[in-house]
Design a protein around this ligand. Structure first.
Ligand SMILES: Nc1ncnc2c1ncn2[C@@H]1O[C@H](COP(=O)(O)OP(=O)(O)OP(=O)(O)O)[C@@H](O)[C@H]1O
Length: 753
């Protein structure tokens, strides 16, 4: 069979052909659609393009007929996935059914030499052949259907005869072509195991089934980062929206719509924890789900290849193929399986381009170079900063792409829906709704810390591990102590395997390195870190005493910082703590460690900021007081005069003082800050206890209580009146029931003076 792509690689030992009838049917359909159809169409194309110059590409021919050149955007829109092959091919040998069909439709639209012939009948016959190709290549049930091959042979004969009419060929020529076609059809029926289409048939027949188990085992479950609990990945999957980067202002689309892009390469970007890997793993699971036929957006693909850029051990694409189709590669050789695969309709997924290394870069490049055919598509995920490295790689290989950005979950309804899935998956039959209820009860400020999926999963984990702390979160800063513990455990997981010793001290030192930088940046009023700042912190982490070469400081930092891709490709990335309160948390933690570590330095020299600039550290100082009161009250007492002064310079508010004391009762000495001659305001029931603690150490002129009667009834109101001593107590009660008696709340005031 001429031009059928006989195997170019080392010939495998010819297998004993014990093909079952099913495989023969698939073989016929594959050869019919991948070989016979294009050959018939190519011979027609040569007639249609008899004016084509030998060194002219099909794009150039179309431009000549159009009378002008296409703009690049116009061309991409017009030629879609076939753009590349049509602008590089000067003959039809590399064109298969999809670009051929497209070419015919466009050429007919352009007309030839002013003459117009109605192509409707011919296009209908071409369309029938193209439809059969897609039916067979996208659905195995059709590929095993012998009737499809019968339909195809009939459709091809009709096409040859219709082309004869359209191009006014002599009847004898048409009959000869039909005879040739029938001879080829007969040859197909006597299967040839030495041609590439045989391997294609084997792949189409058993390839998907062979790797289904591989991916199911790898991806079916998701292990949570902290408690090693697992959830079914597909059960918790939340369909995230995407922003199309190319369109200014950004159109929002669902993740399935990214496959509607005209470009063959789709690049999905997202910050750390935005859900890139989760997205592609779910796509893999959906593709291989044995229970259902693949969802519509995946139906055009016959095979799926998944490659992770963090892989350092797979040097070539054929090795990747070997991992996918181990058994077939033993029999057919990996190079041949790869060659055959590239003839099928394949989706290549490349995950985590930002983690690419010397080896995996070669594989990525091979994928990009070998998938020029219109039947392959490539989905690449990356953190935003690496786009500037990926874009030139694509450009250099003349590949156009569409870029999408995963959108954060900013709406409460979406956040709750996300949490409920995890809660249901973790709670088994006992869904209590506690996690989502607890989240819903948080203030909007606090909730704004949880817009990336990873943070929402952390919330679930914190809820499980530290539920009491969560119920006391009132401000973003409240999340910090619990987060710190969580960060510690996340880094421990990141470092697992790279350190042998107890990681506690190493992590403490790393936190200090990051905290010192966070403090310095706050002092300079800097929230965005430039590449140089990032480098300095990385060096500090590397120099921590228990660190070693195995510890990757960038990986440790990626747990704490989020990265921003520059808009301009010649600029470097910038970084940011996941929230300002987290920067304050790391800075505060560093100060606490310096104080507890027994350093004699004055507070001001630790803070490194003059009194006038102290307001920048307001929240940091409150964090320090709260942390010391929790972890080492004696150090709080010892440092209190300095801290009090700094807090005064920082202009800490009464409300903030009250909130701080409320979350750390040992911090009652903050009452000092309320000062003589002023009054203490109590507006929340949880602050009543705090006010009692503060009054034991300071004596304001008055205590003013503004509260709902029911709330005050549940608080130690009597103790507050007693602690107020000589200070005047001013009580303003509110109640939904105007006639409800409140005599009980007046009782403690009796004899109070
Ligand atoms: N769409 C989603 N549905 C449910 N959970 C998700 C989703 N996306 C992410 N998650 C959760 O967030 C975690 C982090 O997501 P993922 O690893 O996919 O992020 P990423 O963008 O690949 O991050 P990185 O850049 O750090 O590799 C996942 O392990 C999963 O628990």
């Amino acid at each position: 069979m001429a031009g059928t792509g006989t195997i170019a690689g080392p010939a495998p030992v010819a297998p004993a052909i014990t093909m079952d009838d099913r495989c023969i049917r698939i073989y016929c359909n594959i050869v019919g659609n991948l070989d016979l159809s294009p050959r018939v169409m190519r011979s027609m194309l040569d007639k249609e393009c008899d004016d084509k110059r030998s060194n002219e590409t099909y794009r150039q021919l179309m431009e000549r007929r159009l009378g002008r050149a296409y703009g690049n955007g116009e061309w991409k829109k017009l030629a879609s996935f076939s753009a590349n092959v049509l602008e590089t091919s000067t003959d039809s040998t590399k064109l298969d059914v999809t670009p051929l069909f497209l070419l015919f439709t466009k050429l007919f639209g352009l007309g030839k030499g002013g003459a117009f012939k109605d192509p409707t009948a011919l296009l209908a016959k071409l369309g029938a052949v193209k439809k059969l190709r897609n039916d067979v290549m996208h659905d195995l049930d059709n590929a095993v259907d012998a009737q499809k091959f019968t339909e195809l042979t009939a459709a091809l004969e009709e096409l040859v005869r219709e082309a004869g009419r359209f191009y006014a060929l002599p009847q004898a020529d048409v009959d000869a072509e039909v005879q040739n076609l029938n001879n080829d059809i007969d040859k197909v029926r006597r299967m040839d195991s030495q041609i590439i289409y045989y391997w294609c048939a084997r792949l189409a027949s058993s390839g998907k089934r062979a790797i289904r188990l591989l991916w199911k085992a790898k991806f079916e479950h998701e292990k949570l980062s902290l408690n090693h609990e697992t959830v079914q990945r597909q059960e918790v999957f939340h369909a995230l929206d995407m922003n199309v980067r190319e369109t200014d202002g950004g159109k929002t689309v669902s993740y399935t719509e990214i496959f509607e892009a005209r470009e063959k390469v789709m690049v999905v970007t997202g910050v750390a924890g935005a859900g890139k890997t989760t997205l592609v793993k779910n796509i893999v699971l959906q593709f291989f789900n044995p229970q259902q036929t693949a969802p519509g957006y995946l139906r055009p693909f016959n095979q799926l290849i998944f490659f992770e850029c963090r892989d350092r051990t797979t040097p070539t694409l054929s090795d990747v193929i070997q991992q996918h189709y181990e058994e077939l590669c033993i029999e057919l050789l990996k190079e041949n399986v790869l060659m055959a695969l590239l003839r099928l309709d394949v989706l290549f997924i490349i995950d985590g381009f930002d983690e690419v290394n010397e080896n995996s870069r070669k594989v990525v490049l091979e994928i990009i170079m070998k998938t020029w055919r219109s039947n392959c598509r490539v989905l690449i995920t990356t953190r935003p900063h690496a786009v500037k490295e990926l874009a030139p790689l694509l450009r250099l290989n003349d590949v156009s792409s569409t870029q999408y950005e995963i959108l954060p979950l900013t709406k409460l309804a979406d956040q709750l829906a996300f949490l409920r899935r995890y809660e249901a998956a973790l709670g088994g039959d006992t869904l209590t709704g506690e996690v989502s209820k607890s989240f819903e009860s948080l203030s909007e400020d606090v909730r704004s810390l949880f817009t990336e999926p990873i943070n929402l999963v952390h919330f679930c984990e914190m809820h499980k591990h530290f539920p009491k702390e969560i119920s006391s979160w009132k401000m973003p800063g409240d999340v910090a102590p619990v987060k710190l513990r969580l960060y510690k455990e996340l880094i421990q997981t990141k470092l697992a395997g790279s350190i042998n010793e107890d990681s506690d001290i190493l992590i403490k030192d790393m936190f200090n390195a990051v905290g010192a930088a966070a403090l310095e940046l706050l002092n300079d009023d800097v929230l965005i870190l430039m590449e140089a700042d990032h480098l300095v912190i990385k060096e500090k982490i590397q120099k921590t005493p228990k660190s070693n070469d195995e510890v990757d400081p960038a990986a440790v930092l990626s747990v704490m910082l989020k990265e921003h891709k520059p808009l301009c490709s010649n600029r470097s990335s910038s970084y940011e703590f996941k929230h300002k309160s987290e920067q304050e948390m790391f800075a505060g933690n560093y100060i606490v460690q310096r104080i507890i570590g027994g350093y004699a330095d004055s507070l001001y020299s630790i803070l490194g900021v003059p009194k006038e600039g102290m307001s920048r550290l307001r929240e940091v100082l409150l964090y320090v007081v709260a942390a010391l009161s929790r972890d080492s009250p004696r150090h709080l007492t010892r440092r209190w005069p300095q801290l009090k002064e700094a807090l005064c310079y920082a202009g800490v508010t009464r409300n903030a003082v009250m909130a701080c004391v409320a979350s750390c009762p040992n911090a009652g000495m903050l009452g000092d800050l309320v000062g003589d001659g002023s009054s203490l305001h109590v507006r929340e029931d949880r602050h009543v206890d705090a006010a009692v603690a503060m009054l034991s150490l300071s004596k304001p002129d008055a205590v003013e209580v503004y509260m709902e009667a029911a709330a005050l009834r549940g608080a130690p109101w009597g103790a507050l009146v007693a602690a107020a001593g000589g200070a005047g107590v001013w009580l303003t009660l509110s109640s939904p029931d105007a006639y409800e008696p409140h005599d009980d709340l007046l009782l403690p005031l009796h004899d109070s003076g």
